[in-house]
Design a protein around this ligand. Structure first.
Ligand code: NAI
Length: 344
């Protein structure tokens, strides 16, 4: 069994080689991302393994299908880069629903603390023996209100961490959890009452630009925005406008709408062509990490183990895999809990 592995990074290989070898899988590692021009690299492979910035649109799916690829194995939880609808009836799609929700939730809190206590600025200062405190005044998290948008695996853990800091937690979810003990409010209430807003919902047609100019207008002056979910949840231009208008107190971004051509790569010797990203990064109250929230040892091992398990389960189990993303049932993820048989 050979799997074409796209967008390979050095940190991906060890665990995938270890778990793959143990299960008789051979990975062909390609550094290039999957797109219409690179799909031919999967020739002779039964499956492709892709990450968040690979392009798996209709054209790519058709090209893979024509080559005989039977499975697209996402090594991520999010799948907004895959046209699951177009894949239906042609190629099965599996993902890693949870590998370490703690990794992402803890990173969100790390960004928040770094930002509001100016740790990044203090670190740079003391390295140059500048021990002054000017401009480093932060604020207590204790007693503040945090709004959590999306109370799935990551959002619930983030809410729990915030409770540990003595914060009041408000929540919004399209599908609220009945017995979660969370105080659900409307999105508008969350916007108007929160000192800090953290996004943990998936990117869908409905959530694209969830945070736009109108949403920012409703927020408290000085609000801190955290996005460790998907970049396009926030209209980046509206965010920049909100920062320039002094409405937004700080923004912590692990994801960015146009990150695909920038994040995960060393661009330090290049001229950054994305003016919006450059302007955001230049702001003293914006903290950017490059889609790093998942990157812990535990998560990397879980991702590799689950992905290898998904591929083996699919090919050894007559196409049945618990982590299949199914378009037919209309619930994409939730359907798998209800069905016992393969979807097509
Ligand atoms: P999950 O599926 O457990 O939770 C998502 C929650 O969002 C669910 O409770 C769902 O009901 C809710 N939701 C769906 N549509 C919504 C809407 N329109 N408005 C509000 N809530 C809505 O997913 P999980 O594991 O908690 O991950 C959340 C997101 O985090 C993923 O979709 C992914 O985009 C992102 N992520 C980012 C990573 C990073 O490295 N920065 C790593 C892993 C995930």
């Amino acid at each position: 069994m050979t799997v074409a592995f796209f967008d390979t990074k050095p940190y991906d290989k060890p665990a995938f080689v270890e778990f793959g070898t143990a299960h008789g899988l051979e990975f062909r590692f390609f550094e290039t991302k999957l797109n219409a021009s690179t799909a031919a690299l999967a020739q002779g492979c039964e499956a492709v393994c892709v990450f968040v910035n690979d392009t798996v649109d209709a054209a790519v799916i058709d090209a893979l299908y024509a080559q005989g690829v039977k499975l697209i194995a996402l090594r991520s939880a999010g799948y907004n880069n895959v046209d699951v609808r177009h894949a239906f009836g042609k190629i099965h799609v599996v993902h890693v629903p949870a590998y370490s929700p703690y990794a992402v939730a803890e990173h969100a809190m790390a960004l928040l603390l770094t930002s509001i206590r100016r740790i990044h600025k203090a670190y740079n200062r003391t390295r140059e023996f500048n021990f002054s405190l000017g401009g480093l005044v932060g604020f207590d998290l204790h007693g503040k209100t945090v709004g959590v948008v999306g109370t799935g695996r990551i959002g619930c853990i983030f809410a729990e961490i915030c409770r540990g800091f003595g914060m009041r937690v408000l929540a919004y979810d399209r599908f609220p959890k009945a017995d979660s003990g969370l105080a659900y409010v409307s999105l508008d209430e969350l916007f108007t009452q929160s000192d800090i807003i953290s996004l943990h919902c998936p990117l869908t047609d409905e959530t694209r630009h969830l945070i736009d100019g109108a949403a920012i207008e409703k927020m408290k002056k000085g609000v801190v925005l955290l996005n460790t979910s998907r970049g396009a949840l926030i209209d980046a231009q509206a965010l920049l406008d909100g920062i320039k208008a002094r409405k937004i107190g700080a923004a912590c971004l692990d994801v960015y709408e146009e990150e695909a051509d920038v994040f995960f790569e060393d661009r330090s010797g290049h001229i950054l062509s994305d003016d919006l990203l450059a302007r955001l990064i230049s702001m003293p109250n914006v903290l950017v990490t490059s889609h790093q929230a998942f990157l812990t040892e535990e998560a990397l091992r879980n991702i590799a183990e689950t992905t290898v398990g998904n591929i083996c389960s699919f090919f050894e189990n007559d196409g049945i895999c618990d982590n299949e993303l199914c378009y037919r049932c209309g619930h994409i993820e939730r359907c798998k809990k209800e069905r016992k048989e393969r979807c097509f």
